[in-house]
Each structure stands twice: as C-alpha cells, then as structure tokens.
Design a protein around this ligand. Structure first.
Ligand SMILES: [Fe+2]
Length: 295
C-alpha cells in the first residue's frame, strides 16, 4: 500500500490530530494490496451482520443502493455514478483529515472527502483517525438520502460562516457535527436506531450505543448539543436522538450567529450531564465512564 503522506500535527477541537495534504487525490485503486481488500471485506461483513435492526432504514437502504459488498474496496468512480444521479454529491479522495476550512468548502459544494487508504488488519477494532472504511461505509450511504444530503451541505455552509466568526463558534458547530453526523441516534417506530458514521463504522459502539445501560440518550436540541462537550477517546457518555432527518435540517435553517452569541454567555456542559429541561430517553448509569476532562 502507498504510505499516506502525513505532513504535520495540529491542535484542533478534535485534539492533537495529524493534518495531511489538503489536495484531492485520485483513488489509487490498483495500488491496493490483497490485504487492503481483505480488511474492507472483513469490516464490511462484520457490520453487515450486526447492523440490521440497529442502523436506521435510510442507512441500510443506502448500503443496498450503492451495492456495497464484501467484494473488495469499492471504486469511488462507481459510487459517484449512483450518487450524482441521486443527490448530486460527489466523493473526492483525500489523504486524511483536512483543515476545517477545506473540509467545509467541500461539503458546501456537495463534495464528500473520503480518505483513500484503509486501516491495517491489526487496527480492525480501533483507529484514532478516519480511514476509508469509516469515511466510506460510515458516511457515504446516507448521502443518498435527499434530506440528509441537504443537511450535510448546510453544515458545510455553516462551517464557512463559523470559521469567519471565530474559534468559539467553530467549537460549537463542531459539537453539532459530532453529536449528529458522527454519533447520532434516531427515534423510529421500531425503536432507537443508529445513523451516526462514527457508530456504524465501529462494531463495539454499534452495540454499546443501543444496548449499554451506561450512556444517556437525550432528545436532540440544537443549543443543548452545541453546549455539550464530548470525548474522543471513549464511547460516548451521551447520545442525542433526533425524531427524523427533517428535524436536523430544520434546526440548521436559522442563522447561527445570534445563537453563538447567546451560548457564549453560558458555560459548556460536561458530556455526561443531564438537565431538567432534557427530553430523556435513557438516563445513563455512568458505568465505566472516565472521570477526567472532556473535549
Ligand atoms: Fe467521520
């Protein structure tokens, strides 16, 4: 496998993260090794068995419509044909995490950056940075859903604005992404289901987020979410539950500028906190939670 080209490290709201080349790269599909394809197949197979009855219908439909399977790493160009017709989004290959502004610009223009390299076999269960499996399997199926696709673009536009306002606004917007796009749950007639990419791409968290008595599960509220810190080193202490994707999109309709100003007056909440005003689905037992600082 061609080595990913890490350039430097940078302190961001997500912690100390590697920053890669910012350019778009052609997916070097013919350079993937047999092991790379086997890693995809094994991860895919594992989640395919686990997610029915756990992931939301829209996500599972997306996996189906793309024809994702255990036949090796998909070609971005094949997926782009399906995506272009469905919602006008396009996958672009990247080296890894992007600087905020570059990332927002992609989303605002309906381009989703996908890390081209995949984890090693010994990293099946945990990886500290997004790889192809997380980005592609986790994020891309929902881009076929028109409402979610619009939400992602609105988020990118909001990101450009927050970037111009300053780091505090950006931190609040990042919490929204974290608790929705990465770790969101959705309430359905059949019960709570997963839509967050950070969950569906993780075997352990796909089970924990629904089955464990430890975490809180709380109804989505924009300002509540933007006020809540999070952890990047453990499973979530709190999951926020949306009613449907329209609720998510509607929440991003207003200009966030006055919301940032208002939230600047309030202290941030710990990841574990439960408020009187919360719509509580489950109050967590807190079992196994780390007690040191959240992000
Ligand atoms: Fe992600």
């Amino acid at each position: 496998m061609v080595a990913a080209r890490k350039l430097e490290h940078q302190q961001t709201d997500l912690g100390y993260v590697p920053v890669y080349a910012t350019g778009v790269v052609e997916q070097p599909w013919s350079d993937y090794t047999g092991t790379d394809h086997e890693v995809w197949d094994a991860l895919f197979q594992r989640q395919r068995e686990l997610l029915p009855g756990r992931a939301c219908r829209e996500f599972l439909d997306g996996v189906e419509r793309f024809g994702l399977g255990a036949g090796g790493i998909p070609k971005f160009s094949d997926l782009n044909e399906v995506l272009a017709k469905a919602t006008g989004w396009e996958l672009v290959g990247v080296e890894g995490l992007l600087p905020d502004q570059v990332f927002f610009d992609h989303l605002a223009n309906r381009r989703f950056p996908v890390t081209w390299w995949i984890r090693k076999p010994e990293q099946m269960d945990y990886l500290s940075e997004p790889d192809l499996f997380h980005d592609l399997f986790g994020h891309v199926p929902l881009l076929l859903n028109p409402v979610f696709a619009d939400y992602m673009q609105a988020y990118g536009r909001g990101g450009m604005k927050a970037f111009a306002i300053g780091p505090e606004a950006l931190a609040r917007l990042t919490r929204l992404y974290w608790y929705t796009v990465e770790f969101g749950l959705i309430d359905t007639a059949e019960g709570l289901r997963i839509y967050g990419a950070g969950i569906v791409s993780s075997k352990g968290e796909s089970i924990y987020c629904l089955d464990s008595p430890a975490p809180n599960r709380i109804g989505f509220d924009l300002e509540r979410v933007m006020s809540t810190r999070y952890r990047i080193d453990t499973y979530q202490q709190t999951y926020f539950v949306i009613d449907d994707f329209a609720q998510l999109f509607d929440a991003t309709r207003p200009d966030f500028t006055p919301i940032y100003a208002r939230l600047a007056q309030r202290p941030a909440l710990a990841a574990r906190s439960v408020l009187e005003s919360d719509r509580v689905f489950t109050r967590g037992t807190g079992e196994g939670w780390a007690t040191d600082a959240d992000m």
